[in-house]
Design a protein around this ligand. Structure first.
Ligand SMILES: [Ca+2]
Ligand SMILES: [Ca+2]
Length: 987
């Protein structure tokens, strides 16, 4: 139905807002809430709330401001009020209402009869087809400016939400999300100005806003708790197809739940009463990954039924089954040493840095993702609504990785150090070579249930909301994997020469061995490493809100409310390292005193890799001994327990068990006035919160401990919007905000990394970040589906969290007084600032000659600068906020006509600090600047069926990390190019 209408509109070259909801007659009573505003935004809002279709040519709306309409009334009465004081008159054409410029003055309602939109009447539809003449052919050319469907339609819709908001927001809406080449919700978010994502396994997985990672993530306005570290949602497992819109609030209002230093990101799922009366849609695509050279698939389906706008039900499913491959070089960090001669004078030089390892890693992943979403929406009366939402997601990733390692030492020959003390090349004798295979599966599950109800009384609007969430996971990765640690058999010797000076993603490496390094029989077992990382999080919240309308001067309404939230976060990271003697007792089947590869059940070296890192030039081994390992088989064979806090020595000290209760109250006043002839709206309020946190855990396997802390805050906020002209909006906002530290950081836990001799310790006394922030924006809506926005922000942060590292003797692990672990712990630091600006530009290029008028561009740029108390130990210089890229931008070009649409999207962010590092281990770590090119295309075969294609990471850009200096390469990761192609249909 909507498709056919869009078709007609395209032909009629007029501006139309269609709700295509056939059941509602115009005479029926509907609820309206439309502030006075330009006709260009007010009329579509009215059409949506009225459930009717309105056609109006573009120039007709120019300079026209509609009156506000609020309350329950019949549609023709409401439309009359809306147009009161304008010279717009209404004409009925076919099933639509057409607005034309007429004589000023009120239009008699009796002059026309309204019909329900979309009533099947072919004869009338033909009449409607003649609409262009009816509207006035002189308007035709200019009217082609606006066809509110497709990409341009959804851009306009996003603009409308942004304009109407009472605070500073950025929005992306459903159709836009659906047409972007995004694999998951994080990637869709990354198209929004100021939002940057980090990738994991080639998927967007985490995000920052304006360089800040302390943000609040919501699903339908509720805390989006998930299985991740600290209770975060696993965004890489959420399909964008369940999302109706994403709203990023950059300035808070007092009624919004606290906890965002950067922004509050609300993922709004699709709701049935927002859709046509019956929507059935589906998509099936092949999913090809070029590095894995594998063809998988993904599919989704949605059904939504709207019963007379009274009751609606929606259910959707998205599933994918893919196989991906990542290839990386990893140096395993760098070590400062005094035992290498870096200038060839035969004397060792102090303070040089050499790489720890050469690690060639190949990750093979089989991934299944499932997202289920459902929503029930019930309107027992026009002014009463009840909603039930449920979302479930699961990500299952079977991952085997081959990690071909050379462990360097200080036995140098011909080493060359650069001016920063980095040993960029050299030969090292007697190094260890070990082809390790890891089994490291991941499984994330999360469930989010929500209930809300809203009653709109004559004076008071009351609403209540409650939700429950649960997230469970086991997260394979560093420290959460199984491997047989093998070493060459006695007498096997390797000398290795490396050269990092080419600057490529993989350094040159030559190996000189006295054995066949790709023969599995040349290796024996040294140890077994078996660790896991388990989370089990849950939480619920409830809130009540009242909005009391007033007519006391400027004050238009007062809001008050309260919210309670309880979150339980649990994680453990047990690591099992059985003794060599115990392994030998069980595993040496032939009694020769060693465990050979054929005595390691579950391990299979298939020697399959012959083209490691094909994109990189250089001279390094491309043929690697790779394979697979099955940890269940291995554990059975060696009688090893599944690593759990209760089954492993020192397992319990890794427990983080945090209960966090938050109680909040707020009051917010909304006002409306005029400055000269310019409308001004705003709000001011204060939110009080009280946080109580209990961190429990263990100091040793037997000694339990708990720590309790409480924090109270008053958080005032204010927002102001001044309409300088119908197309120009100025906003200003100020607020005090807090962001809680990650629950991951506030546990009473101690997690040692036995191999690296490092570790991390939680800090249950860690206070939230506190900041005072100021925002201002200028928004210019210069053409349909087009806008230019400039935003500036300044945040005065009074308590940054910083990490401190100190050496510790670890009872049970340290082998002597000199065997110290470098233990990192977060503590509250001093104050700092974050400031910057954003520039966003989107333009539908309708002024160009056909067919170029179907082109459009979207571009945004964010600059962020920070001053923090973080000091780099190696350079003694100040460090920026971790995760903050100074420059980031998005460039999107699109083309859209009736048959074809496509988009090309390029995203880029400059280098950023990943974490502070000690000078002894090479310095702080950085992610190098990176861009990614994605594209999507769609061909409309019929009104309901279309072909779709998407490509991700087209240029296959490598993700590179380094320590302190780019020459000190930490890792280079090369992921698949991913292609999706198939068919989609909407009925
Ligand atoms: Ca020297
Ligand atoms: Ca043996």
């Amino acid at each position: 139905m909507r498709a056919s209408r869009a078709h007609f509109l395209a032909a009629s070259a007029s501006l139309a807002w269609s709700m295509a909801s056939p059941a509602e007659a115009a005479a029926q009573i509907r609820r309206f809430d439309i502030p006075a505003q330009p006709a260009r935004t007010g009329i579509p809002l009215f059409a949506r709330q009225a459930g009717i279709e309105i056609l109006v040519s573009a120039p007709t709306t120019e300079g026209v401001t509609i009156s506000g309409v609020k309350g329950a009334m019949d549609v023709s009465q409401a439309l009359q009020r809306l147009l009161a004081g304008t010279d717009l008159v209404m004409v009925r054409v076919g099933s639509a209402i057409v607005l034309k410029r007429g004589k000023a003055g009120p239009t008699p309602a009796a002059a026309f009869t309204m019909m329900p939109a979309g009533e099947p009447n072919p004869q009338e539809h033909e009449t409607a087809g003649a609409a262009p003449d009816d509207i006035g052919s002189s308007d035709n050319q200019a009217a082609q400016d606006i066809i509110v469907t497709g990409i341009r339609g959804s851009l306009q819709q996003s603009i409308n939400v942004k304009r109407r908001a009472s605070n500073i927001v950025d929005v992306i809406t459903a159709q836009d999300i659906g047409k972007l080449p995004d694999q998951n919700v994080a990637e869709s978010m990354s198209r929004i100005t100021g939002v940057q994502i980090t990738r994991r396994e080639g998927d967007g997985s985490n995000f920052t806003v304006r360089g800040i990672s302390q943000n609040r993530l919501e699903i339908n306005g509720r805390t989006f708790l998930g299985p991740g570290a600290g209770g975060s949602a696993s965004l890489e497992s959420i399909s964008p197809e369940i999302i109706g819109s994403i709203v990023v609030s950059k300035s808070p209002t007092a009624d919004m739940p606290e906890g965002a230093l950067g922004a509050t990101v609300n993922l709004k799922t699709k709701r049935p009463l927002d859709l046509d009366d019956l929507v059935i849609s589906g998509r099936l695509q092949g999913a090809y990954t070029d590095q894995a050279d594998h063809l998988g698939y993904r599919g989704s389906a949605l059904i939504s039924k709207n019963f007379d706008d009274r009751f609606g039900v929606l259910a959707s499913i998205a599933y994918s089954n893919t196989h991906t491959q990542g290839q990386s070089f990893d140096s395993g960090g760098w070590t400062r040493t005094d035992a290498i001669d870096g200038d060839g004078d035969g004397v060792d030089d102090p303070g040089l840095f050499r790489p720890n390892r050469f690690m060639a890693r190949i990750y093979d992943r089989r991934e299944q993702r499932l997202t289920l979403n459902s929503s029930l929406q019930f309107r027992p009366a026009d002014n009463w609504e009840i909603i039930l939402d449920g979302t479930y997601s699961r990500l299952k990733r079977e991952r085997n990785s081959a990690n071909y390692q050379i462990l360097f030492n200080n036995n140098d020959v011909d080493a060359v150090a650069d001016e920063h003390g980095t040993v960029v090349s050299g030969t090292f004798t007697g190094v260890t070579l070990r082809p390790l295979i890891y089994d490291e599966p991941t499984e994330f599950r999360s469930t989010n249930l929500g209930f809300s109800t809203k009653y709109d009384g004559d004076v008071v609007t009351m609403s209540a909301d409650a939700s429950y969430s649960k997230g469970k996971g086991t997260d394979g990765g560093p420290g959460a994997s199984f491997t047989y640690v093998v070493v060459p058999r006695a007498g096997n010797v390797t000398n290795a020469s490396y050269d990092f000076s080419s600057g490529g993603p993989v350094p040159n490496l030559s190996l000189d061995t006295n054995f066949d390094r790709n023969d599995p029989a040349q290796y024996q077992l040294a140890s077994i490493f078996d660790g896991d990382n388990i989370t089990n999080n849950s939480g619920y919240d409830g809130r009540v809100d009242f909005d009391i309308r007033t007519d006391w001067g400027l004050l238009s309404s007062i809001q008050v409310g309260s919210r309670y939230e309880k979150i339980k976060f649990y994680s453990e990271s047990p690591q099992s390292v059985p003794s060599a003697a115990s392994l030998l007792a069980v595993g040496d089947k032939n009694g020769d005193g060693i465990i050979t590869v054929d005595e390691m059940p579950g391990l299979n070296y298939d020697n399959s890799m012959s083209s490691f890192f094909p994109g990189a030039s250089g001279d390094f081994p491309r043929d690697l001994l790779t394979g697979t390992v099955d940890k269940d088989v291995a554990r059975d064979a060696f009688g090893l327990p599944i690593p759990r806090a209760d089954t492993i020595p020192l397992g319990r000290v890794s427990i983080r068990d945090v209960d966090q209760d938050t109680l909040a109250f707020y009051v917010r006043a909304n006002f409306k006035s005029e400055v000269g002839s310019m409308p001004i709206t705003g709000n001011a309020g204060v939110r009080y919160i009280s946080i109580e946190r209990i961190s429990s855990g263990y100091l040793s396997d037997t000694q339990a401990t708990a720590s309790k802390s409480r924090f109270d805050y008053w958080l005032p906020s204010a927002n102001l919007s001044l309409e300088l002209s119908p197309s120009l909006m100025f906003r200003a906002a100020a607020a005090k905000v807090v962001a809680r530290p990650s629950l991951n950081d506030v546990g009473v836990s101690f997690i040692p990394f036995i191999v690296a001799r490092t570790g991390s310790r939680g800090n249950p006394a860690l206070r939230p970040f506190q900041a005072t922030q100021y925002d201002a924006t200028l928004e210019w809506y210069f053409a349909p589906s087009s806008a230019l926005t400039l935003a500036g922000f300044y945040k005065d942060v009074s308590s940054f969290t910083i990490n401190t590292t100190r050496p510790e003797f670890v009872p049970g692990l340290s082998t002597g007084p000199d065997d110290l672990f470098q233990i990192t712990q977060p503590v509250n630091g001093k104050s700092g600032t974050i400031k910057g600006f954003e520039l966003a530009y989107q333009h539908a290029l309708r002024f160009l000659p056909a067919p170029f008028d179907n082109l459009g561009i979207q571009a945004n740029y964010t600059f962020v600068d920070s001053k923090t108390p973080l000091v780099d130990e190696a350079t003694q210089r100040g460090l920026p906020l971790p995760g903050l890229s100074k420059h980031s931008y998005n460039l999107i070009g699109y083309y859209e006509d009736e048959l074809l649409s496509f988009r090309v999207a390029y995203i880029h962010r400059s280098k950023y600090l990943q974490g502070q590092g000690s000078a002894a281990s090479g310095g702080s770590s950085y992610m190098q600047a990176r861009g990614q090119l994605d594209a999507s295309a769609q061909i409309n075969l019929t009104k309901t069926v279309r072909l779709t294609a998407e490509a991700i990471n087209l240029t296959r850009s490598v993700e590179r990390q380094y320590l302190q200096d780019p020459a000190r390469l930490l890792s280079s990761l090369r992921e698949d190019r991913r292609f999706f192609f198939g068919v989609a249909a909407t009925f």
